[in-house]
Design a protein around this ligand. Structure first.
Ligand SMILES: C[S@@+](CC[C@H](N)C(=O)[O-])C[C@H]1O[C@@H](n2cnc3c(N)ncnc32)[C@H](O)[C@@H]1O
Length: 260
């Protein structure tokens, strides 16, 4: 288990005390809280007015060893822009069993990626489609797009985002989503600025970073200690850059420059 990251610019709070029983992270600006653990078991920590924006395990037993597509050359597969990256063959926690979305359906605003895998367990809703390659490359390799279900409505909306293609060798998680894509989902769900976004399956933390960049608060859960540590690193780096537009994160900036 990784120890909880220390944030010396932040004075102790009741929230931090409650986290002491469990490795976690709370930003000194109060906008971000991260839990290492099973989000389903910990869902009592999710505020009733939060928006659930997430990319859960789909229940597809994903083989993350992408080098199988290229005779061992992971880099060449990654450069194809297939939307997946180097997973080193390590499986995704809980991906070996069908995903059950029911624990999250009571919240008013919900977006869940991978809904083509568990749509039978969802009511009618809006579809958000991430197109992850150019027209010329349609049909070339694996899926051209990924689908998310959004609670309410019944329309279908698309966003083309190719940013993960160039990130293939530096991505932190085999299922990493582009930050602008997750921000788009928040906008489609009409999550107001300043509201709390919760990602119960945060992986490398793309949803959390999207919330930070768009002036929202964020709570993330991740069960895999390695992914949790990567997410904390990515998110503290993001917070350390400060927020040029909203003036947030000054304390985190000071902490980071203090040599944490
Ligand atoms: C599809 S990945 C999310 C990737 C993420 N969208 C990103 O951009 O990095 C799902 C993540 O959920 C985590 N996970 C699975 N079951 C979980 C649970 N019950 N509680 C918390 N995390 C869980 C897995 O370890 C995995 O990292």
């Amino acid at each position: 288990m990784n120890p909880a990251p220390q944030d010396s610019a932040c004075s102790p709070t009741a929230q931090r005390d409650s986290l002491a029983a469990m490795p976690g992270y709370a930003s000194s600006c109060g906008r971000v809280t991260l839990y290492l653990g099973d989000s389903v078991e910990l869902r009592h920590l999710v505020p009733a007015d939060a928006a659930i924006i997430s990319d859960p395990p789909y229940g597809m037993k994903l083989d993350t060893d992408n080098s199988r597509f290229s005779g061992g050359n992971t880099a060449s597969v990654a450069r194809c822009g297939n939307g997946i990256g180097t997973g080193k063959g390590k499986g995704i926690i809980n991906d070996e069993k069908p995903f059950d979305p029911s624990p999250w359906l009571a919240w008013e605003k919900v977006v869940l990626f991978g809904s083509n895998h568990f749509g039978a367990r969802l009511p009618v809703g809006t579809k958000l489609i991430w197109i992850k390659r150019l027209d010329d490359a349609f049909g070339s390799f694996l899926s051209d797009a990924e689908e998310a279900w959004m609670k309410g409505g019944h329309g279908i909306y698309c966003k083309r985002d190719l940013t993960m293609n160039g990130e293939a060798l530096t991505r932190q998680h085999p299922c990493q989503k582009p930050v602008p894509l997750m921000a788009w989902c928040m906008d489609k769900a009409k999550v107001p600025a300043g509201a709390v976004v919760v990602d119960p399956y945060m992986g490398s933390g793309s949803t959390i970073i999207a919330a930070i960049r768009t002036g929202r608060k964020a709570i993330g859960f991740e069960q895999d200690p390695e992914h949790f540590a990567n997410a904390v690193q990515r998110i503290t780096n993001e917070l350390a850059q400060g927020d040029l537009f909203l003036g947030h994160n000054a304390a985190d900036q000071a902490t980071a420059s203090g040599g944490r």
